[in-house]
Design a protein. Sequence first.
Length: 307
Amino acid sequence: MRGALTGALLWLAAAPAWGGGPLPVVTTTTDLAALVEAVGCARVHVVSLAPALHDPHSVEVKPAALAELKAAALLVRIGLDDEPWLARPLRTVGEPRLLPGGADDLDVSRDVVLLDAETARVRPERGVHVHGFGNPHYWLDPENARPITLRIQRALSERAPADAALFEANRARFLRRLDAGLARWRAALAPYQGTRVVVAHETWPYFARRFGLVVVAALEPTPGVPPSAAYLATLTERMKAAGVRLIIAEPSTSASLVAQVARRAGARAVLLIPSVGGDPDARDYVTLFDVDVRRLVAVLGAAPAPR
C-alpha cells in the first residue's frame, strides 16, 4: 500500500499543468462529466472521479485519476455534502485552487433550487443526517441541467476564452435536445400524474416533482440507515392503506428487501438508474432519462399488482 501511494505521489509531481489543447476537466460524477462534455465537446477532456454506480460515501480514487485531478484546469462537483470522499484525494494532490471555494473549484449546486434544505444538520435521535444541506440528487430533475450547464459554460469560457462562442453554441444545441426530451418524457408520464410511490433511497424527489409523482416514504427512514423490521411492518401497512402500488429501487438497493416489501404491500417495483453510464443505454444525460421514463411507463402501464 505504501509503495502504491509513493508511486502515485511521484506521478502527481510529474503531472504537467494545462498548456493548450482540450481543456482538462475532472468531475465527481458521470452525470457532471456528461454535462461538461455536452458544453465542451471536443474542446474538453473530461474524467469522472467516481464510476456511474458507487457508494456515495466511500469512493476509491485510483492513482491515474489523481494525476488527472492534479492537472485539471477545473474541478466540477455536486457540492452540498454529497462527496465526503473527495477531501482525501484533494489532500493528496495538494492543489489549493481545487479546494472548495478555490479558483478552479466549480460547485454547480449554487444556482439550483434545492429540496429538503430546511432539514436540520443534526437530528438528536439519529445523529448526523447525511443530506443536511439539502437533497443532493438535483441532477435527476432535467430542468436543473439549465443552471448547471450555464455555470459550466461560464467556467469553461473563462479558461478558454477563444472557445467561448463554441461553448455557448454547444450548450444551446444541448438545450434544444433537452427540451425535446422533456416534451417526450412529460407526455409519456402524463397519464400517471399523482401516482404515489415509495422509494428505496431519498434519490428521487427531484425526478418525482418534475414528472408529477408523489413520494410518500422511503425504505430507508434515514439515508444510509438500514430499516428495522418494525419500520418495514409499519411501512407496508401504510402502503396498503394509501394504495401505494409502486416501489422505485436502484442498483444499490437490496433486491430481496424490495421484493419482500412489494410482496407484502401488493406493489410492483421498478429499477431506475440514477446516473449516466449506470445502464448501457444511459450513454449521456438525455438518454439517462429516456431509460428511466421507459422503465417507469412499462411498469405503470402494466396491470395492477396482485393483492
